[in-house]
Design a protein. Structure first.
Length: 68
């Protein structure tokens, strides 16, 4: 079964689960994936900073992970 993430998953943890999610994050404007502070943000915090619905973002990420 594919790993699932939640709004509380840290960006750093998410990228260690599957770096293939990076294009999803980049496509919504999260171009700061390499900066240290982004690694310690949750998906929800990062989504809110970028004006994205966190639930929709988590859904997209989980759909991607499930499709692997």
């Amino acid at each position: 079964m594919a790993q699932q993430v939640t709004k509380d998953t840290m960006i750093g943890e998410l990228l260690s689960i599957d770096a293939g999610v990076a294009p999803i994050l980049l496509s919504i404007g999260m171009h700061c994936l390499g900066c240290p502070s982004s690694q310690m943000e949750t998906i929800e915090e990062a989504a809110m900073v970028h004006g994205i619905n966190p639930d929709e973002l988590v859904g997209k990420i989980n759909d991607f992970l499930a499709g692997k």
